[in-house]
Write a new protein. Structure first.
Length: 553
């Protein structure tokens, strides 16, 4: 090799810099680099051929040029500076190494690259020289020895790191074991989700998985670094690095691309949260009476807040739905349609109950604590929801009635009109024979009502004669009370007092439906209410006008 060649070999770094600059310049000249057949030297793409020449396709030309360049690179007897640009005829320029033509560049090549033919040939020549020089440097003895030394040093570093990891993780295991021993069970209210021993085992297993993951990552990085030292395996390095970084890059790109949508979701979520807080504040003060709206009752506050909150959440969900990840995917749409069909088919009665619950709320048919009668169920309202109403009966039974049935039935509210002049009127009936004076019966019924606790003396109880039957008179006592929740006890006491008053006055509570002969039996009242000198009337016999025997008292 002459002196010029030796200077060229020793100025390798300067030529690499120049080669990079020329590569950038050539890229600008060639435009898109992904077109055409690549000319390579052991996996390293030097440039691309974009046109065919005569019977040779661009792939054939690229394959032949790659073979010639590799042959020259392996032959160290061919100096680098002997690779020059030579004339190839009227419309062609050759890149030759001695007598061997490596590549012919035509005017068509120059037009396809959008550059002058000589300029393009000079750019190709620079790349070929740089690649051959690099390849020869990689395969000389000194370079191979250095790479072996680098590999051994890297292996020693790997062994040191693995030794350190082996020493560190037992300490981590002991610390985690101490934490697991001091950790209590995980509960959801009163249900134990994860016991303390199980949680300690999970922590230990987590440390084991982390240990294995760290070792695998270290070995993977070691393999990448080791393969990058040697020319024959250097081409595998980008692929291995890509396997490691591709998921991270994909996740990072997806996150950055999703940031605008995430911002919209965050803004709408904050807006919905603020609206719900304002709604809660307003309706809470309406319920306590601090804020009064004309025509809006305090008991409407809680259900109205729930309805407003549902509408805010529904509006927010509709707005942010298009911004959710995968909302436009066929799978997501299919699931949405499926759930919609299920909801439509299975929620007919539920929707009817919800609508009925809203109507009952704003019609103020009843509220919690009211004594009501819904169809055949009577009791106190203990809970009202959008779907059902729960009533505790006087037998302490809780009956759940769907709101649609409540709305379709007659509702009697014994509490809504109580208080003051609008106290609840309790009433009961007795039937007394015509032989008892009606005024006496009225007085006895009123006296029995006034004896009853929780019956108001003012307004005064009153009696109605509701019917004159064939055998008896219907008397109805009506009395006022402000305790409708105690009506069952009031009725029981009232009935007891009616019996006492009538027995004390010697008035029989009987409703004869047919005529019978009294044979002198005593009156049908208890002995305690009989006078001390009472004697049962005697049974008398006589004859009627027809001569037939008849009886009487």
């Amino acid at each position: 090799m002459n002196g010029r060649g030796r200077v060229f070999m020793h100025s390798h770094s300067r030529r690499l810099t120049l080669a990079c600059a020329v590569a950038v310049f050539t890229t600008c000249l060639l435009g898109q680099t992904d077109e055409g057949a690549p000319v390579k030297l052991e996996g390293n793409t030097l440039f691309r051929i974009r046109v065919r020449v005569g019977p040779f396709s661009r792939e054939d030309r690229a394959r032949a040029a790659s073979a010639h360049i590799l042959s020259v690179a392996k032959d160290r007897s061919i100096p680098i500076d002997s690779i020059v640009v030579t004339p190839g005829g009227t419309n062609a320029t050759n890149i030759s190494a001695g007598e061997e033509v490596l590549l012919t560049i035509t005017d068509e090549d120059a037009r396809a690259a959008g550059a002058n033919r000589d300029t393009l040939a000079t750019a190709y020549l620079t790349r070929i020289r740089s690649a051959i020089d690099q390849r020869r440097s990689d395969y000389n003895l000194r370079s191979i020895i250095l790479r072996v030394i680098y590999a051994l040093a890297t292996t020693l570093v790997l062994v040191s790191i693995l030794w350190g990891v082996r020493k560190i993780f037992p300490v981590v295991r002991r610390r985690v074991a101490a934490v697991g021993a001091a950790t209590r069970s995980v509960h959801l209210q009163h249900a134990e989700l994860i016991s303390a021993p199980r949680l300690a085992v999970i922590l230990q297993q987590g440390v084991t998985v982390l240990h294995a993951g760290v070792i695998l990552l270290i070995l993977y990085l070691y393999l990448i670094l080791l393969l990058s030292f040697f020319p024959l395996t250097r081409d595998y390095t980008p692929a291995l690095v890509g396997y490691l970084l591709a998921p991270l890059q994909a996740a990072g790109s997806a996150f950055l691309g999703y940031l605008p949508s995430l911002l919209v979701i965050a803004v709408m979520s904050v807006f919905a949260f603020g609206c719900i807080r304002v709604s809660r504040f307003l309706f809470h003060h309406v319920a306590t009476g601090a804020i009064a709206w004309r025509g809006f009752y305090p008991e409407w506050s809680r259900p109205t807040h729930k309805i407003v909150r549902f509408m805010i959440l529904a509006f927010t969900a509709v707005v942010i739905f298009p911004y959710l990840p995968g909302s436009n995917s066929p799978a997501f749409r299919g699931i949405s349609i499926f759930l919609g069909v299920l909801f439509s088919l299975g929620s007919t009665s539920a929707v009817a109950n919800v609508v009925a619950g809203v109507i009952l709320t704003y019609t103020r048919a009843f509220k919690i604590g009211d004594r009501v009668k819904i169809a055949d169920t009577m009791g106190d309202v203990v809970e009202t929801t959008l779907l059902a109403t729960r009533v505790r009966t006087i037998k302490n039974e809780v009956v759940t009635v769907p709101n649609s049935m409540v709305l379709g039935a007659h509702i009697t509210n014994f509490t809504a009109r109580s208080g003051g002049s609008r106290a609840l009127i309790l009433h009961t009936s007795v039937t007394i024979g015509y032989d008892a004076p009606w005024r006496t019966v009225h007085d006895l019924l009123i006296a029995a009502a006034l004896r009853t606790s929780l019956i108001l003396p003012d307004p005064k109880p009153f009696v109605l004669q509701t019917a004159l039957g064939d055998f008896f008179v219907h008397y109805e006592i009506n009395a006022y009370t402000e305790q409708p929740a105690e009506m069952i006890n009031i009725y029981a006491e009232l009935h007891q007092n009616i019996q006492d008053c009538f027995n004390e006055a010697g008035v029989e509570i009987m409703s004869p439906h047919y005529s019978s002969l009294r044979d002198g039996n005593r009156k049908a009242i208890p002995d305690d209410y009989m006078p001390a000198d009472y004697e049962a009337p005697h049974f008398r016999l006589g004859r009627d006008r027809s001569g037939a025997a008849r009886g009487g008292q």
